[in-house]
Design a protein around this ligand. Structure first.
Ligand SMILES: C[S@@+](CC[C@H](N)C(=O)[O-])C[C@H]1O[C@@H](n2cnc3c(N)ncnc32)[C@H](O)[C@@H]1O
Length: 225
């Protein structure tokens, strides 16, 4: 039941047939295919809607910037960035590549930068994604404990002194979620500085008290000279 993914935002984003539309300020909506069956990456999560629409506010300059999205799922966030002029690589596990490519193809006429899909499994070698991008985007990627250390390794390996990581997540209160979130931010603060983007800077409609966007930078002292 897709509706459970949209409880925080209260914005109808369902699966009428196979495609859903994500409206854009600057023109026609993004057409995003989702899958009823498959892993968690097969649907657009609320955090992705919030981050994609935040990018549209223009708070972060994206034109001609290099952008890498981690755990991209359907690619909603990265594809939105590409319509704003960024050169984007959307990444996820092998099993999401086909869906990412379908969504890139569906929206290629709206892209003013560029966008491609690649496999990137957290914790593994990231040499092919160097040099460090200007932005790393992550929506709803903090949700299981085993992934925390590999994800942090990937962030450390990919960030340079000027890389801005925008991490959007839904604060969940059930089960292990609060503990996973606490541990992630505790580990992250060893190497990174965090700054929460206030809710009044989010898109006016696509915002929710329990969905946060954090701007993350690598601590300069942690860089080898
Ligand atoms: C909750 S979904 C979020 C998808 C999308 N960002 C969104 O918000 O709609 C988490 C995503 O992380 C990806 N993921 C999980 N573990 C991963 C790993 N070890 N390496 C790379 N991607 C991973 C999943 O395949 C999935 O697409």
């Amino acid at each position: 039941n897709f509706q459970k993914y949209t409880t925080s935002l209260n914005i109808p984003f369902r699966i009428p047939s196979k495609c859903s539309n994500l409206e854009r300020r600057g023109g026609p909506a993004l057409r995003l295919e989702q899958r009823v069956a498959g892993g968690v990456g097969c649907v657009v999560w609320d955090a992705a809607l919030v981050l994609a629409k935040f990018l549209e506010t223009g708070a972060c300059p994206l034109a001609r910037r290099h952008v890498l999205e981690l755990g991209a799922g359907t690619g909603a966030v990265g594809i939105m960035a590409a319509t704003l002029g960024a050169n984007v690589t959307v990444t996820d596990l092998e099993e999401l590549q086909e869906l990412l490519m379908v969504n890139i193809e569906n929206n290629k006429h709206l892209v003013t930068g560029s966008v491609r899909a690649k496999v990137l499994k957290w914790g593994e070698d990231v040499t092919e994604f160097q040099p460090p991008p200007d932005y790393i985007l992550m929506a709803d990627c903090i949700y299981y404990e085993e992934s925390l250390e590999p994800l942090l390794k990937t962030l450390k390996d990919l960030t340079g002194p000027d890389t801005c990581v925008l991490c959007c997540y839904e604060q969940r209160t059930m089960g292990k979620n609060p503990e996973i979130e606490r541990k992630y931010f505790e580990l992250l603060q060893t190497n990174f500085e965090l700054e929460k983007i206030p809710l009044d800077k989010h898109d006016e409609e696509y915002r929710s008290e329990d969905i946060h966007i954090v701007n993350i930078h690598r601590k300069q002292a942690n860089f080898p000279s």
